[in-house]
Design a protein around this ligand. Structure first.
Ligand code: ARG
Length: 457
């Protein structure tokens, strides 16, 4: 049965119905739809637009529908166009006349705008929790690895020594910003569109501020045409989720590299790796690869919604129904990625010895040799040249800077003394970097204290 059957004389063609319907996917937010309807009925009763009796019957009826859907006692049937029509039809079937009064002073246009906002808001809260859990896992790794030395890279070439805590700290910063982006979006979107009607408000004396309050919004939206056609917050959310996915993808890429036979910096837990059907020796980082790969779907959703919205005139147009599947998919994808990724890094083993050994053998302390010379009065440009010669010498002999004899050092520059070895030890190189943001223990401890407070530990 159609909500709008009255004006029509022909039965709807089945193909048209299938093309037009959204129940197959907007059933996902039946909780939000029902929550919104209960608030609407409560407000209508407060304003005397609906009798207390009808409002009670509606509220009880809606709660019963919600319970039955949760428990699988009520199932969605294809003949309904969307979740709004479905709920209203079942309600009327169950409670009679009162059910038909629920839609007073409301349109599906402001109803769907509300449902989508409520859904996105609920999901933002869930995603925020998942990002926080990831930050907790990162924090635990950082706390344990303030002295785990590893090479820091630029151009994927060993550059200078850092620590594992410092490297993880870079991702900690990224995910903190992701959370703050989500919080910004939540704050900006937190106004209630209900009461905007189809596009021009209604003639009923609604108390929109009251409905907004019942649903936990900061207040009602201020323009009814904007209210039914605004999907900016969906775009912002998909953009923030794209950034989360991008961060997870970069991190996954590093884990894939670190897990490779060549690097062996990490060992993935068996539970988070998979084998090969033909090569018995394989232990593949499928989870990290999938997280990296799924990023494409999330970006795709963002580009889709931007494209859907770019040409539609005010106010509501059916194009906007296209916002749902892609948003749902992007949200579910990012939630899945966050949960799996956190599990993967929390169970992963870091091969500290391999990391440190790797840092030793990439001339990562070359800058520190130059700094040593500068501290002994040699101009930096000259020091750079001297160290270049030392590196060449080491490369020929297949040794590290730490392995050269003092004679070999002095043959290139008489400035070198026996204290050069202490000056270029990995530990010294890192510890000397004490300005805030650097990997030295002193700086890292300050940063960890900030993170601890941030996480409410
Ligand atoms: N399923 C529709 C959507 O998702 C609900 C709003 C329908 N409104 C309308 N005037 N046909 O956008």
């Amino acid at each position: 049965m159609k909500l709008w059957g009255g004006r029509f004389t022909k039965e709807e063609n089945q193909l048209v119905h299938n093309f037009n319907e959204s129940l197959s996917f907007d059933q996902k937010f039946y909780h939000q739809d029902i929550r919104g309807s209960i608030a609407h009925a409560t407000m209508l009763a407060k304003q005397g637009i609906l009798s207390e009796e009808d409002a009670r019957a509606i509220t009880d009826g809606l709660e019963g529908i919600c319970r039955d859907l949760d428990e699988g006692k009520l199932v969605f049937t294809k003949e309904h166009e969307d979740i709004h029509s479905f709920v209203e039809a079942v309600l009327t079937e169950r409670i009679g006349e009162a059910g038909k009064r629920l839609h007073t002073g409301r349109s599906r246009n402001d109803q769907v705008a509300l449902d989508m906002k409520l859904y996105c808001r609920d999901e933002i809260d869930e995603i925020d929790g998942l990002v926080k859990a990831l930050l907790e896992a990162l924090y635990a790794i950082m706390e344990e690895n303030l002295d785990t030395f590893m090479p820091g890279f630029t151009h994927l070439q060993k550059a200078q020594p850092v620590t594992l805590a410092h490297h993880m700290g870079a991702y900690f910063e990224m995910f903190v910003r992701d959370r703050s982006r989500l919080a910004d979006i939540r704050r900006r979107m937190n106004t209630c569109p209900l009461g905007s009607g189809a596009l021009a408000g209604t003639t009923y004396p609604l108390d929109r501020a009251y409905t907004a309050e019942l649903l936990g919004f900061d207040g009602p939206t201020l323009n009814s045409m904007d209210s039914v056609s605004d999907r900016d917050y969906v775009i912002e959310l998909l953009s923030a989720l794209s950034t989360v996915a991008m961060h997870l993808s970069r991190f996954s890429e590093e884990i894939i590299i670190w897990n490779s036979n060549e690097y062996r910096f990490v060992e993935l837990d068996d539970a988070y790796s998979t084998g090969s059907s033909i090569m018995p020796q394989k232990k593949n980082p499928d989870i990290a690869e999938l997280v990296r790969g799924k990023t494409g779907r999330v970006y795709g959703a963002l580009v889709s919604i931007l494209t859907v919205m770019k040409g539609i005139p005010l106010a509501y147009d059916k194009d906007m129904q296209e916002d749902k599947e892609l948003t749902f998919d992007a949200i579910d994808t990012v939630k899945g990625c966050l949960a799996l990724f956190t599990g993967m890094i929390a169970t992963m083993t870091f091969r500290k010895d391999v990391m440190e050994e790797s840092a030793k053998h990439g001339f990562t302390n070359a800058t520190d040799v130059a700094d040593y010379l500068v501290n002994h009065g040699v101009p930096f440009r000259d020091a750079h040249g001297i160290v270049g010669q030392l590196v060449l010498h080491c490369l020929e002999k297949g040794i590290a800077l730490d392995d050269m004899t003092l004679e070999e050092y002095r043959a290139v520059s008489p400035v070198f003394e026996a204290d050069i070895y202490e000056a270029i030890r990995m530990k010294t190189c890192v510890e000397k970097r004490t300005t805030i943001g650097a990997p030295g223990r002193q700086a890292m401890e300050q940063v960890l204290a900030v993170y601890k407070e941030y996480l409410g530990k």
